[in-house]
Design a protein around this ligand. Structure first.
Ligand code: ATR
Length: 294
């Protein structure tokens, strides 16, 4: 029996066990996939334990992707450039780190909008870990232009510097999302906007930028699965839209292939993911109704 896991803090709402489990079952692979909640100070101890107990690999999510990259025996070029590891392969006593977030987002954008990365023009809202990993991966895959809007401009400028280093052919620029002139110009140039801030997960949060600036032709992908008020506003303006489930699926598909060395059963994994999201939505609706009657 092979053992896999997802390390994060928190991780209990993750639907990755159902998605990966569906993939293992479809190929007849005997494997388990656990959720492991680990606080940042406990990360080293956790990695030592997984090594000692012979876990075949694991996924990594917030807030450990950057720290995990520093604990690997080797990292692939995408993970090194982004300084982010979300997939670890444990083989022959060595830990090899990969970043499949950029691959996942690229596959989702291709599938949802028919837009390819080479030669493409992208606008990212946000410059946190998720935005950095994906935008640097896009630059490495041959994107022609990457613009990054972030409240903390220094973080966006850091990403622009990384892109200039690892992919000098890519035109990269940073600005603040409340700079309306820069925002409108960036939206007019881009083929696809990627909403990569954490805004919209909780009720009452502000929009990452003013949706009234969106041209109705701009494709909008939100990394949050289930969508956000910003994504809904983009759809109302006529933009083609997609939420984060495509990225979640395809980053998991790539992890599966890294671990097993076999083509992933994408349809089965998509079904596992959709069923788990539906189940979670139902549970949350029941909990919300319970709160109202309490
Ligand atoms: P992740 O790993 O998911 O990307 P993160 O690294 O914490 O998470 O990044 C969160 C992103 O959401 C950042 O771009 C952050 O902007 P700052 O760099 O300015 O902090 C953005 N974000 C979070 N809360 C925000 C808010 N209230 N207003 C604007 N941007 C916000």
């Amino acid at each position: 029996m092979e053992r896999y896991a997802l390390l994060g803090w928190p991780v209990r709402h993750s639907v990755s066990p159902q998605m990966q489990g569906a993939g293992f079952r479809a190929l007849g692979i005997e494997a388990t996939y656990e959720l492991i909640e680990v606080a940042p100070p406990d990360l080293d101890a956790c990695v030592r334990r997984l090594r000692a107990e012979g876990y075949a690999g694991w996924n990594v999510t917030v807030p450990h992707k950057e720290a995990m990259a520093e604990r690997m025996d080797a990292v692939d070029p995408a993970a090194r450039a982004a300084r982010s590891v979300n997939t670890v392969l444990h083989r022959g006593g060595r830990l090899c780190g990969h970043s499949t977030d950029g691959y996942g987002l690229a596959a989702a954008i291709r599938e949802s909008f028919g837009i390819g990365i080479p030669g493409g023009r992208f606008l990212f809202l946000g410059a946190g870990g998720a935005a950095r990993a994906a935008s640097v991966a896009f630059a490495c895959q041959g994107a022609a232009e990457i613009q990054i809007a972030n409240r903390t401009i220094g973080k966006a400028e850091d990403v622009v510097r990384i892109i200039a280093e690892v992919a000098p052919h890519c035109r990269a620029a940073a600005f603040r999302p409340d700079d309306r002139a820069a925002l409108a110009a960036a939206m007019a140039r881009a083929q696809c906007l990627v909403q990569a801030t954490s805004l919209g997960l909780h009720p009452g949060e502000p929009m990452p930028c003013d949706p009234a600036c969106l041209p109705g032709t701009l494709a909008v992908m939100d990394m949050v699965y289930g969508g956000t008020p910003f994504l809904a506003a983009a759809a109302r303006r006529g933009c083609p839209t997609a939420d984060g489930r495509g990225m979640l699926l395809h980053q998991g598909v790539r992890s599966f292939e890294i671990w097993t060395g076999r083509p992933a059963p994408v349809a089965a994994m998509r079904r596992g993911l959709e069923e788990a999201l539906e189940e979670r939505r139902r549970r949350q609706a029941v909990e919300a109704a319970g709160d109202k009657h309490a």
